[in-house]
Design a protein around this ligand. Sequence first.
Ligand code: TCH
Length: 324
Amino acid sequence: MCTAATYKTKDFYFGRNLDYEFSYGDEIVIACRNYPFTFSNGETIQSHHALIGMAYVCDGYPLYYDAINEKGLAIAGLNFVGNAHYNEYKPDKENIAQYELIPWILSTCENVNQAKCKLENLNILNKPFNENLPLAQLHWILADKSECITVESMSDGLHIYPNPAGVLTNNPPFPYQMFNLNNYRNLSPKSPVNTFSKELNLDLYSRGMGALGLPGDLSSQSRFVKVAFTKLNSISGDSEYESVSQFFHILHSVEQQKGCCELENQQYEITLYSSCCNCTKGIYYYTTYNNHQISAVNMHNENLDQNKIIRYPQIQKEQIHYQN
Ligand SMILES: C[C@H](CCC(=O)NCCS(=O)(=O)O)[C@H]1CC[C@H]2[C@@H]3[C@H](O)C[C@@H]4C[C@H](O)CC[C@]4(C)[C@H]3C[C@H](O)[C@]12C
């Protein structure tokens, strides 16, 4: 399971929880402006916007999971197993492999509006990166400071939905996730009044009763509701510390603890990392399952006018600040 969200204070923030049972060896990777990207449609982009994101670098190529570019556009891919459908080559379309989608959009688009134009003619190919890697079945959330969309390639075609909640998890398809929010329209951060019956003097015996009924389990539909409620009611000051801190609180409200989501062979899905990108400033903040201290890579602290990728291994060990 995975969860992604957008957030706005003075700057625009975007990030995700990556929930899975193992890591491919995820690293924070900057693709500098002159790192050449070649695509399945035959295009090579020699010079482009710089990118920063989490990726598995395979044969020197950054396979991005989520990333932002220097213009403030952000994308994350989340599992969409059983619903994602990719296609054979279509001569009248822009044929792009699933693993190329993030660089294909971020290298040239400045905002969601430009991305939507580019997506109009897209055909996502059912082409794996190599024979050792599975074809990831994903859907995507794309966002800038003023707009957010969800992209789902299914057997009935490519869908591009406005995403007014600014969140995404996994199955079911996005329209069902949004419809399901109707069932929770009575939830509130405020204390509820007694509308049950005038004849009973029901007590407000606890704080937080306005959100009674908010799901707390780890299923993707429940996480969608929980993270949407948390994000949309979150309050934060404008400073960088307050914004980043609040953003991680939002994501950590739906994190997965080892032992609570059992898979086969005694494996457990956990939140391998949580990310928070300041899309305005090009900074990638993250925490990992075993390291709660926030680490950060600022793309603008590098010379971006190079033709290479720059890699930062995740800092995985818990950093404890002993006070005595
Ligand atoms: C597993 C990740 C998604 C996490 C997620 O949504 N979990 C939910 C599980 S479930 O629905 O609830 O079962 C996805 C997100 C991005 C994916 C990676 C990226 O797409 C890049 C390449 C793509 C290759 O096809 C496969 C390896 C890979 C390196 C992918 C491995 C894996 O599928 C990743 C890491």
